[in-house]
Design a protein around this ligand. Structure first.
Ligand code: SF4
Ligand code: SF4
Length: 63
């Protein structure tokens, strides 16, 4: 599964719901829709911490 938000900065796929990204995000920009991680791009500062901590590489840069 691939979820791409309006500006396409980060794709989320293969989420195993470990909650590590939720814990590390300093902005509270990660939320769940039907149990799967989604990113609020209006809140996200593109710090990249969630991408680095995800053990399943479910969050990736598009550029
Ligand atoms: S760290 Fe990765 S696998 Fe874990 S909840 Fe976040 S996106 Fe899903
Ligand atoms: S890039 Fe940073 S601000 Fe954006 S969702 Fe990930 S941890 Fe949160």
């Amino acid at each position: 599964m691939v979820y791409m938000e309006k500006d396409g900065y980060v794709v989320v796929h293969g989420c195993r719901k470990c909650n590590k990204c939720d814990t590390i995000c300093p902005e509270g920009a990660l939320c769940r829709v039907d149990g799967v991680v989604r990113i609020d791009y209006d809140t996200c500062t593109r710090c990249g911490r969630c991408i680095e901590i995800c053990p399943n590489k479910a969050l990736i840069y598009l550029e």
